[in-house]
Design a protein around this ligand. Structure first.
Ligand code: HAM
Length: 419
């Protein structure tokens, strides 16, 4: 029968990749807990309206990339394309908010976007996502960027540029949007890509960070948002930049950084790798002070970021699964029977090891022991069964030692150091 392939843009993750993901999540938990973040797991499937209302109807994510379908009850549902909307929905539904408190939540898991797959871009990908709700001071923005920076460094990732920008607020952004629209109307539309010709009407700010080189060049002399920020937004952004400087975080102000999701206000940021090709954004985020209200909650400000785990895995220091401590080689049927129990008992002591499930020659067993990269080959034969002993062979030095079975677990837990 014909094989069934995984869907395009969806991948299986075997041990070598899965170990890396586990490592990245462990480092994330360690770093985020220093800042008192707590884990939240939200559903993968949500009402379509959640994303339309938060990310924005005119964004590429909602307009083109969502996995949306009718469920059996005829409801429109969507596989989450990002985590923020679901986190805020959960926060609002839980009624956990108490005036004046700050909530720090992180979440990890698969996200789905129907994009054209290429290196670093998938239809199912994974994010590590942090959200901080209830604080609107510039310190909060700088701390968020600092935490992301620390996390990347802890993974061994140093070659990236932290780009920052301010997207203004509901009072100053419309003024800028108007100015930008007027500027774009004055251009020869034919020189812009078809997406940008549409964006000019629906979401003109998105024209600024279009990845098509001709568009990028063509809008180079467009008015810049930082010249239109209101006094409050300007003061907020200046303070964020000052704090980043005082923390020693290298950063670049990119006035064309607008991000692809509509909920952002004020500070936006992106960690852009200099190493992994065109899909170079390893993390992105920003402030979204109106989102909680937009999703039916109170007037609670928020800021957050998400990292793409596949992209982190390409850049992080490599990790390997721990090696086994022992490989048991049994020389005859009675030894195999006894050996089975010894192996399980050693594992119950927390000692990692393997043995052959089927009968094999001594030569093949020793080859297997070598291949398993175990520290010790344990050899059990007729003589050892009779004397309740076992031979432990140090695979690195070749040195062999006969041990009482009762001492085996202790020996493997604290092996003697080479002199
Ligand atoms: P985003 O910029 O859409 O932001 O995605 C964040 C990160 O997810 C990107 O920087 C990238 O590393 C990764 N990513 C996105 N799409 C793909 C893909 N198709 N394949 C592989 N990796 C991908 C958000 O999702 C916001 N929710 C971030 C946020 C949290 N803002 C505030 N809080």
């Amino acid at each position: 029968m014909a094989k069934i392939e995984a869907l395009k843009g969806f991948s299986d993750m075997f041990a070598s990749d899965a170990v890396m993901f586990t490592h990245i999540e462990a480092v994330a938990r360690e770093v985020f807990s220093l800042f008192s973040y707590q884990e939240l797991r939200t559903p993968i499937l949500e009402s379509t309206s959640l994303f339309a209302r938060s990310i924005g109807e005119d964004t590429d994510v909602v307009g083109k990339e969502m996995y949306t379908f009718q469920d059996k009850g005829n409801r429109s549902v969507t596989l989450r394309p990002e985590a923020t909307a679901g986190v805020i929905r959960a926060f609002v539904n839980s009624k956990m908010y108490v005036q004046g408190s700050v909530y720090k939540l992180f979440t990890t898991g698969p996200m789905f976007r129907y994009e054209r797959p290429q290196k670093g871009r998938f239809r199912q990908f994974h994010q590590i996502n942090c959200e901080c709700l209830g604080a609107d001071e510039p310190e909060n923005d700088a701390e968020m960027i600092y935490m992301l920076h620390l996390f990347l460094n802890r993974l061994g990732i140093y070659d990236f540029v932290m780009q920052v920008n301010s997207l203004g607020c509901s009072s100053c952004r419309p003024v800028y949007r108007e100015k930008l629209s007027t500027y774009l109307e004055g251009l020869d539309k034919e020189k812009l890509c078809t997406d940008c010709q549409r964006r000019m009407q629906t979401n003109p700010l998105r024209v600024l960070d279009c990845k098509v080189p001709t568009c990028a060049e063509y809008v180079n002399s467009a008015p810049k948002i930082n010249e239109f920020l209101c006094a409050d937004c300007s003061e907020h952004f200046d303070k964020v930049l000052l704090l980043l400087k005082s923390l020693g975080i290298e950063h670049t102000v990119n006035t064309k950084l607008v991000r692809g999701l509509d909920y952002y206000t004020r500070t936006a940021f992106e960690a852009v790798s200099t190493d992994i090709g065109s899909q170079s954004s390893i993390a992105g985020g920003g402030r979204y002070d109106g989102l909680v209200k937009q999703l039916g909650g109170g007037d609670v400000s928020g800021i957050g970021f998400a990292c793409g785990m596949e992209r982190l895995a390409m850049l992080a220091n490599k990790v390997q699964e721990s090696k086994p401590v022992f490989y048991l080689a049994t020389l005859d049927a009675p030894a195999r029977e006894k050996g089975f129990n010894i192996v399980q008992e050693l594992r119950s002591h927390g000692i990692k090891g393997e043995y052959a499930y089927s009968e094999r020659s001594v030569k093949s067993l020793m080859r297997q022991a070598d291949k398993s990269q175990a520290e010790y080959a344990l050899i059990l034969g007729e003589n050892e069964i009779r004397t309740d002993t076992i031979i432990a062979k140090n695979m690195a030095t070749g040195e062999q030692k006969s041990l009482a079975l009762s001492d085996l677990a202790e020996f493997l837990k604290n092996p003697p150091h080479e002199s």
